[in-house]
Write a protein that binds this ligand. Structure first.
Ligand SMILES: Cc1ncc(COP(=O)(O)O)c(C=O)c1O
Length: 451
């Protein structure tokens, strides 16, 4: 392990923060919890060694770790916290509802209230069913598509990183231990912005593809007509089109990426931003498909998202309040505007440091991500780790540059300054070797086969 302290040419190691409480807690966490965290993307292998290990509280876009260090955070709960941490109106709405009871023997009235609120903002959807996690609703969409079409295969966009924690998706990733091939083989992959790749799947598996799932947009925008032609193709071949709006929903547009791009899928799935961090997800869609999960038809019934906690009342109250705030305040405009400021500042800093071939900022302003490359221009986890390390040294935790409604101008300005400082170290590392500046091991891909 190379330590920046050992190198004469190296900058001062990131010792301005004391992480001793985090360091003490980490072995305990790994002893008790496989992976040391309940979400792999939050795990130690995703962050530099010199990083806050555990957070105790957050307010707006600021968080405090177990050592009392304060950071500006980006991404915020894997993009779930779109308004801000501990956002008072949402917390109060959830608390008020908690005092009335969390879960009853019959449905709570608020289930209908939130269904109305969601269907008012998601234009093309006629029915909705709630759940706790995004994975629950994407998996439910797959089941519903299979039941509706009587077919067995699912086609997913192979260029997009994540659709579910369930076997039908995880079986297609390198981390597929415990999942029978028979299940993985029922999920096929097509390429984003490549209609022919999907047409070929339909040709190779005639009358077998039940549903086509993709994010309408991830890091690359759709080519002109791609989404509308994709929908036409699905309809010609009798497949259900499903947009996964976990990230795009309540971020691209209040009506989701489907509204932003003007293409309405048959089913769509939401989560993350719809509850400002509370556990709530939704499967929305056309009545003739969704009703198979109901009681008013004579088809075989689909077991559609029936769980003990699916309609936990305070999560529904949090979502209702979150949607109210989105409707009454310019949340979406703010996300785009602050993201644009950040993009402009970071792009300028990258150019100033001559790093255009080594650091790429991509995605829409409301959902900025970055890619790090080494001295040869190849994707580099070591340089990602170094960049994360240098941001943390400046008080910024930013696995992405995804903003929230709480990222004020001063947070954005501070971030641009810290990015500028981090990039000056990046330049030295390009010239003299990343290992001279990186403290400890590099981060690794989340879904990899071996630890
Ligand atoms: C696009 C997308 N779909 C589905 C999911 C799964 O959501 P959850 O983690 O809430 O199960 C995620 C989670 O990151 C996601 O980014």
């Amino acid at each position: 392990m190379t330590n920046a302290h050992d190198s004469a040419s190296a900058i001062t190691a990131p010792d301005m923060f004391d992480f001793s409480q985090s360091r003490a807690l980490q072995p305990r966490a790994h002893q008790l919890i496989p992976g040391g965290a309940h979400t792999y993307a939050k795990g130690d292998d995703q962050f530099p060694e010199q990083a806050p290990g555990f957070i105790v509280r957050g307010k707006g876009c600021h968080v405090w770790d177990v050592d009392g260090n304060e950071f500006i955070e980006y991404g915020m709960g894997l993009r779930a916290v779109t308004l801000g941490h501990a956002y008072e109106p949402v917390v109060e709405a959830a608390y008020r509802q908690m005092q009335l009871g969390a879960n009853f023997t019959r449905p709570a009235r608020i289930e209908v209230d939130l269904a109305e609120a969601v269907l008012e903002v998601i234009d093309g959807a006629e029915m909705v069913k709630f759940a706790k996690n995004g994975s629950d609703v994407t998996t439910a969409a797959v089941k519903l598509a299979r039941a509706y079409t009587g077919r067995d295969l699912i086609a997913i966009c192979g260029d997009q990183p994540f659709f579910s924690t369930d076997d039908w998706f995880i079986g297609t990733t390198p981390m597929n231990a415990g999942i029978p091939d028979a299940i993985s083989e029922m999920t096929l992959k097509f390429r984003y912005n490549d209609l022919e790749s999907l047409r070929k799947l339909f040709d190779d598996y005639p009358d077998r593809i039940a549903g086509v799932m993709l994010e309408a947009e991830a890091s690359t925008p759709p080519a002109p007509h791609f989404l509308s032609e994709l929908k036409d193709l699905c309809e010609q071949r009798g497949a259900v089109l499903i947009f996964d709006e976990m990230i795009t929903g309540f971020r691209w547009h209040l009506g989701g990426a489907q509204k932003f791009h003007g293409v309405t899928p048959h089913l769509s799935t939401f989560g993350k931003g719809m509850g400002n961090g509370f556990a709530i997800a939704a499967l929305c869609g056309k009545r003739d498909i969704m009703r198979l999960g109901g009681l008013d038809h004579d088809q075989p019934r689909v077991f559609l998202l029936s769980t003990t906690h699916g309609a936990e009342t305070h999560a529904l109250a949090a979502s209702l309040e979150t949607i109210r705030i989105y409707r009454e305040q310019p949340v979406i405009e703010f996300l785009w505007k602050q993201g644009e400021k950040l993009r402009a500042g970071v792009t300028e800093a990258v150019a100033r440091h001559g790093l255009a071939h080594h650091f790429e900022l991509t995605g829409q302003p409301c959902n900025l991500i970055y890619r790090t490359k080494d001295e040869k221009g190849n994707p580099s986890q070591a340089f990602r780790t170094l960049f994360l390390q240098e941001l943390i040294r400046g008080g910024i935790v930013a696995p992405s540059f995804v903003v929230s409604f709480s990222h004020a101008d001063q947070d954005i300005c501070r971030t641009i300054d810290v990015v500028d400082e981090a990039l000056s170290v990046y330049v030295k590392a390009i010239e003299q070797g990343c290992q001279n500046y990186l403290v400890g091991r590099p981060v690794q891909p989340v879904n990899r086969k071996y630890a």
